[in-house]
Design a protein around this ligand. Sequence first.
Ligand code: SAM
Ligand code: SF4
Length: 466
Amino acid sequence: MSFVEEKIVSEQLGICAKIKTILEDRYGDEKPGYYIQTLGCQQNEADSERMAGLATLMGYRAVADPEDARLIFVNTCAIREHAEKRALSFIGEYKHIKDKHPDTIICVGGCMVTQGHRADRIKHSYPYVSFTFDTGAIHLVPGLVLSALRGEKRKFIISDKYEIAENIPTARSNNYMGWLSIMYGCNNFCSYCIVPYVRGRERSRRPEDIIKEAKEMIASGIKDITLLGQNVNSYGKDIEGITFAKLLKMICDLEGDFRVRFMTSHPKDASDELIEVMASESKVVPHFHLPVQSGSNAMLQAMNRKYTREKYLDTVRKLKAAVPHVSITSDIIVGFPGETEEDFEDTLSLMSEVRYDMVFSFIYSPREGTPAAKMDGQIPHNVSTERMSRLLKLQDEICLERNSRFVGETISVLCEGVSKNDPEMMTGRADVPRPVHFKGDPSMEGKILKVKITWADKYSLRGELV
Ligand code: SAM
Ligand code: SF4
């Protein structure tokens, strides 16, 4: 495990104070705005909250419209080509803001610009971008902003140095639900995936740092904590005497009215010990996100997933036996190189057997530098899209069936606020990964309530307060 030296972090926090003075001189009492465009996974959302924490400490204020921001972050994703195209389109869109307000600092972070060829493209094709920084360099943002404010040379940071930086301030985007990163990086090298190349090797935060942050979150009123990592259940492999299951139990033992979830789990690391903690601890939400990627053993092997269909189904069986009301969700890739019709049908039959509450399905997207991008048997797009539509049709049927099981049941719901579509209705978050709508008023926001479910479709549940 390696940590960014405390001295470096406190130097950067000291730079925030310098920036604050510069901003006060430049903008007077009216704090300039900051805006963060986040793409990609929950890990990126958690990273954006640290960028927000630093921007706040520098003396910027959050604004809802990038036009009003004098500091704009684009936090990019590289998982599929589509995500990279979206990031480039946001960066292109912000040029007119820089033209109108030349004092605007536009910077790009995240997985896309941790790849050298992408950082180069930003450098040459987007000259109005002040700096880029890799996923391991968020703590260096204050120094980079200072240098941009002083009009110094543009910087493009790819440090290749993946360390844990503690004590970076966090500005959370939700008052009741919060991300808690417990580890970073990934060692699995699934053959299609760019993550290990852009987020470095697995490194676990110290349990005492995680517990401290969890206590702060609970004290601040957060009721729903999600423990985050690319491969969350391999937490602790680099620390003596701790496993993910033990950490989860330690968090459950904290005082307070809260519940805890975790993602993402790799099926090969979903241990019996973890299933036992899930079964015995009432604070653990009975939802297990267990991405299978494919139901075919040939594909799983080509993907380097390190489990078989049989082993996966065995884990699902154990989970369902130990946690009878568990919701299981998954990620599935369609059209991986070499996927035959039979391989794809194996995926459909696995879905029918597991009966997922929800599936995030993706058409395979070749990623430069990964082994799968060079594999024979790349699947034509029309074949992948046809398979995808069959997969979605099946999953829609399963979703409706799974959601319908709640009709007549009373479940706990964390009230998030007034529904976007109906001012008389409130929206909340239940154990099941689906929104729940019910009649109520804004005083209920942030409370965990009992709701009797009266109606379900494939996307949501509706009910009445008990
Ligand atoms: N670490 C997690 C895991 O092992 O399942 C999730 C990582 S990734 C952010 C989320 C999902 O993106 C993966 O589970 C996979 O289904 C999908 N994904 C990753 N690389 C992909 C690619 N090249 N093409 C299509 N989907 C991809
Ligand atoms: Fe990517 Fe596989 Fe690591 Fe998940 S486990 S982040 S899919 S390499």
